[in-house]
Design a protein around this ligand. Structure first.
Ligand SMILES: *[C@@H]1O[C@H](CO)[C@@H](O)[C@H](O)[C@H]1NC(C)=O
Ligand SMILES: *[C@@H]1O[C@H](CO)[C@@H](O)[C@H](O)[C@H]1NC(C)=O
Ligand SMILES: *[C@@H]1O[C@H](CO)[C@@H](O)[C@H](O)[C@H]1NC(C)=O
Ligand SMILES: *[C@@H]1O[C@H](CO)[C@@H](O)[C@H](O)[C@H]1NC(C)=O
Ligand SMILES: *[C@@H]1O[C@H](CO)[C@@H](O)[C@H](O)[C@H]1NC(C)=O
Ligand SMILES: [Cu+2]
Length: 372
């Protein structure tokens, strides 16, 4: 239980600049500043939850040139502008679609990540202690295809009035290689539509007067899952019928190498990891790194020296060939095994918990365990 005073002052202290989602990393490699992201024309929030701008912000129905390659299970790090606005951060996916560039984002989304209020800190504060970044993993069992990744920071400092909550939103374009079948992921919600102005996590009349954020959960419902994480193994019911081997790969709606217009940015994690092992470790800790700093001064953020840009190449890559389809990219044999530095546990974590061989799942804090 946190005192009203503390929470109120936290909220008040934070009424400063607006913010945008401006960069992301796939396994610690970034395509670049604002690359692959539909940047809005300003850093002002969306406040009308019925607006189509709730999907991907103002102008966000229009695609950008670059779509960035990733695989299920990959670690995604997002970085936002500095924010003193208290509130949660959530991530959702829209897809799979044939072309992320062509997708408006108005329609069905499913939540893959959420960080609310932990140990007396809102997500924006936790991110502030981690260079305004936050990490999560793409769920296993995703159908291959292109997606929009939606990052939302909800600011609650005006939530005492209906329509006062501020939604900061940015959408990135991803081409994800996964093992799931169409429809594997859910539950889905509609944007706009799912959020209501008077939802108790959006309109909080007592936000400055007794509101206890301890059990706050962000709009959009629970973090979803993808059933397909076990890639359609042969049915255990060993009838006399023929086992359905290799059913999964052919079922996935892999876009052909057509991908006509958009350029796919492949980020080579191999190059980056080997050139900057320290950076990948520290940044992979994400908000785990922030935990010790919760005491006060954040002096210990190691200089990340994310000189990654040398590690990626810009090119149009062909869709995965049939030959590689049967083995799930991003996993090592065992379905659902988490790669080194990936998240494998935590109080609100719903993903895979088995670490790839050579690593073990280590608890960094109650909310974040990691394969090391
Ligand atoms: C938060 O949830 C815990 C566990 O369910 C419960 O014990 C506690 O009373 C809740 N706190 C508030 C303020 O609702
Ligand atoms: C084969 O499996 C189906 C579906 O599980 C079941 O309905 C059927 O009874 C089985 N047949 C035999 C011979 O076990
Ligand atoms: C962190 O805060 C706790 C509780 O206030 C205190 O016991 C501990 O010594 C602090 N640690 C550091 C490194 O300041
Ligand atoms: C914080 O992020 C910025 C932008 O990505 C980067 O230039 C800077 O080096 C980072 N600082 C630290 C301490 O990691
Ligand atoms: C890949 O699969 C498609 C559809 O099944 C088939 O037409 C094509 O010949 C296959 N390509 C290779 C290289 O096997
Ligand atoms: Cu602002």
């Amino acid at each position: 239980m946190f005192s009203k005073t503390v929470i109120a002052s936290t909220l008040v202290a934070a009424v400063s600049a607006h913010q945008n989602f401006h960069q992301f990393w796939v396994n610690d490699v970034t395509p670049g500043y604002q690359v692959g992201i539909r940047m809005p024309p300003s850093n002002s929030p969306v406040t009308d939850v019925t607006s189509e701008d709730m999907a991907c912000n103002v102008g966000g129905q229009t695609g950008v040139a670059d779509t960035v390659a990733a695989s299920e299970g990959d670690t995604i790090k997002v970085q936002w502008d500095q924010s003193g606005h208290p509130g949660p951060i959530t991530h959702m996916l829209f897809g799979p679609v044939d072309s992320a560039k062509a997708a408006t984002g108005v329609g069905s989304w499913f939540k893959i990540d959420e960080l609310d209020y932990v140990d007396g800190k809102w997500a924006n504060e936790i991110m502030g202690a981690a260079n305004m970044s936050h990490e999560f993993t793409l769920p296993t069992g995703l159908p291959s295809g292109e997606y929009l990744l939606r990052s939302e920071m909800l600011a609650l400092h005006g939530a005492q009035t209906v329509g006062g909550a501020q939604f900061y939103i940015g959408c990135a374009q991803l081409k994800i290689t996964g093992t799931g079948k169409a429809g594997a992921c859910g539950p889905t919600i509609e944007l706009p539509g799912a959020y209501k102005a008077e939802d108790p996590n959006i309109y909080i009349p007592n936000v400055y007067n007794g509101f206890d954020a301890t059990n706050y959960t962000a709009p959009g419902g629970p973090v979803g899952t993808c059933d397909g994480s076990a890639p359609a193994a042969p049915k255990p019911s060993s009838n006399s019928t023929t086992p359905a081997t290799s059913a999964a790969p052919s079922a996935a709606p892999v876009p052909t190498s057509a991908a006509p217009v958009s350029s796919i940015v492949a980020v080579s994690s191999v190059a980056a990891v080997s050139s900057a092992p320290v950076a990948s470790v520290t940044s992979a800790l994400g908000y785990a790194t922030a935990a010790p700093a919760i005491n006060g001064t954040v002096s210990t953020l190691p200089s990340l020296s994310l000189a990654a840009p040398s590690g990626f190449v810009t090119s149009v890559i062909a869709a995965p060939s049939n030959a590689t389809a049967p083995s799930a990219p991003g996993t090592t044999g065992t379905a659902g095994s988490v790669k080194k530095y990936g998240q494998c546990g935590g109080q609100t974590y719903k993903g895979a918990t088995t670490c790839e061989s050579g690593t073990t799942c280590k608890e960094m804090n109650p909310y974040y365990s990691q394969c090391i």
